[in-house]
Design a binder for this molecule. Structure first.
Ligand code: NI
Length: 231
């Protein structure tokens, strides 16, 4: 690749501008964290770090969640961008394949990556979907999409197809069971598995506390609380 550093710098500027106004948790700082985490993991693996960096930087350039479920827009936009920088075709194809395959598509849908570079980027993206940051992003995303925080009468659903997962309108709390708590078991690299442990535990603690507070109110343990008219 001609002048690799320059291409990466230009790509950071391109992505920063594209995602400047995002408030769904898929903003530039998400991409920045995924990029840096991917480099951290990638340095411990035998991978092409230029591919890893370009795929990490461009992985959310046009997420299907914001393009009516169309998974082809992201890779297309990335291909056009890299083409404009005269990046070689095999590199563009590899980066676009990673962008196409990287995202979670439902509890029962396998999302195996074809290359080591793809595995690294997927791990980095998934690490940013769990832990304290994952919790913050999940609620931000739910707010953007108009999803309720918690619906005690409607439980989680383990989606068996990408179509079902895409059309899910479930609560944010259900999303923990439908995706976030499953990610630890779906990490590709040993480095990511280690990093996932404490983040996973933190989400479990958060849910424990969330339900503790929720149940405290709904069980009416606190005598000063007004009795819910729904009872
Ligand atoms: Ni992402």
């Amino acid at each position: 690749m001609i002048n690799q550093d320059n291409i990466i710098i230009k790509t950071t500027e391109f992505v920063k501008e594209k995602l400047a106004s995002d408030s769904s948790g898929h903003d530039w700082w998400h991409v920045h964290r995924v990029w840096k985490t991917a480099v951290y993991i990638g340095e411990k693996e035998e991978v092409d770090l230029a591919i890893v960096q370009l795929a990490a930087l461009l992985h959310d350039i046009a997420d299907w969640k914001f393009y009516n479920g169309d998974t082809t827009v992201g890779p297309q936009m990335a291909a056009e961008w890299l083409g404009s920088l005269h990046v070689e075709v095999p590199i563009i194809e590899h980066v676009c394949e990673i962008i196409q395959d990287v995202s979670f598509k439902g509890a029962g849908v396998p999302t195996a990556m074809k290359t080591k570079e793809g595995m690294v980027v997927q791990d980095a993206d998934r690490l940013d979907a769990i832990g304290a940051i994952g919790i913050a992003r999940t609620f931000a995303y739910g707010g953007t999409k108009g999803h309720p925080i918690h619906t005690p009468l409607i439980g989680p659903e383990l989606h068996q197809s990408f179509e079902d997962y895409q059309s899910s309108e479930g609560s944010v709390i259900n999303h923990f069971y439908e995706k976030l708590l499953l990610l630890k078991g779906r990490m590709n690299t040993e480095t990511a598995k280690k990093l996932a442990d404490s983040r996973h535990r933190y989400m479990e603690l958060f849910l424990e506390q969330f339900f503790h507070e929720w149940n405290f109110c709904s069980a009416g343990h606190h005598s000063e609380l007004p009795i819910s008219p729904a009872k």
